[in-house]
Ligand binder design. Structure first.
Ligand SMILES: Nc1ncnc2c1ncn2[C@@H]1O[C@H](COP(=O)(O)OP(=O)(O)OP(=O)(O)O)[C@@H](O)[C@H]1O
Ligand SMILES: [Mg+2]
Length: 308
């Protein structure tokens, strides 16, 4: 049963899509059958995986809003073991039209539940907003992966974001865990990058992935060639870093299994079981499967430990 990971940050341009595409390809290259869902009307993941704009193409919109069979929508992403549910600008309509629908936050969850058994990982690329599309993504997910650009005020942004996630845990998805905070666009020549990385690590401890994504021009170029960076320039630092990240994600999953804290409910049905998954904070190195009890305020302030 796939682990479903939402790649999310309300802030734009922090590396969500770059991570969805390249982590997806790297997981697939590690023999993990992976589905990437482009949940952003910008459709950047879709084009970065080699599908230029095509008004005739069916997208997540048809699956989400018109209940079209998902088989007609899933694309083979030309990377062995990697599938894609594409998006395009019509998905903007979904964010609006969903408002009047029953179970409006859980439509993507129902859709994912039907195909989860076929994959090892499902990655959902979220738009840079907290609209109904993002809420659907967060309701459908086991965990969130939060890319953070190493820049001024990053710490403030991530604290706010984790506060929001805590609130969502009380409402739409009680078992939503933190897969990890990912430092992106890291530039080891700048003091600022180093300082921001050090601050984030001292504040969020083991919740920050050990892997850091460097600022790398190959990562920025690859999308215009419609391919993940590992097929564009396998020797680039960008490709290496995402391969490393995939290893870390897989290792963390193995640790969770080893510690017996893998999802108890298989993540499928709506409303997940009361004794939620991820009942314990994951141990060292892993990214705290969020604990069930979010003690009160539950802001990201408890530094260092495995929980939010
Ligand atoms: N590590 C990196 N090194 C260099 N360029 C990068 C890196 N990561 C992302 N970029 C570039 O930065 C820009 C923003 O990245 P990306 O599209 O992944 O962010 P995003 O969070 O998905 O943005 P949005 O919020 O608009 O969806 C893109 O042009 C991308 O190619
Ligand atoms: Mg994006």
């Amino acid at each position: 049963m796939a682990r479903v990971i939402a790649i999310t940050n309300q802030k734009g341009g922090v590396g969500k899509t770059t991570t969805a595409v390249n982590l997806g390809a790297s997981l697939a290259a590690s023999e993990q059958h992976t589905l990437v869902i482009d949940c952003d009307p910008q459709g950047n993941t879709t084009s970065a995986l080699g599908f230029p704009k095509d008004p005739a193409r069916r997208t997540l919109y048809q699956a989400l809003m018109l209940d079209e069979p998902i088989e007609r929508i899933i694309l083979d992403a030309q990377v062995e073991g990697l599938d894609l549910i594409p998006s395009d600008k019509n998905l903007v309509g979904a964010a609006v039209e969903l408002v009047n629908l029953e179970n409006r936050e859980y439509r993507l969850k129902a859709l994912v539940a039907g195909i989860q058994a076929r994959y090892n990982y499902v990655l959902i690329d979220c738009p840079p907003s907290l609209d109904l599309l993002t809420l659907n993504a967060l309701a459908a997910s086991d965990s969130v992966l939060v890319p953070i650009q190493c820049e001024y005020l990053a710490l403030e942004g991530v604290s706010e974001l984790l506060d929001t996630l805590m609130r969502l845990r009380r409402t739409i998805n009680p078992s939503l865990a933190i897969e990890g905070i990912l430092l992106t666009m890291y530039d080891d020549r700048t003091t600022l990058s180093k300082q921001v990385a050090a601050d984030l690590r001292s504040f969020f401890g083991a919740q920050v992935f050990e892997t850091v994504i460097p600022r790398n021009v190959r990562l920025a170029e690859a999308p215009s060639h419609g391919m993940p960076v590992m097929f564009y320039d396998i020797h680039s630092k960008g490709a290496e870093s995402y391969i490393q990240l995939a290893k870390e994600v897989i290792a963390n999953a193995q640790k969770r299994v080893g510690q017996g804290i893998e999802r108890a409910d298989s993540g499928a049905g709506a409303g997940s079981s009361g004794t939620s998954a991820s009942a314990a904070a994951a141990g060292a190195g892993s990214v705290g499967s969020a604990s069930t009890s979010d003690d009160g305020g539950g802001n990201g302030g408890s530094s260092g430990s495995g929980t939010v």
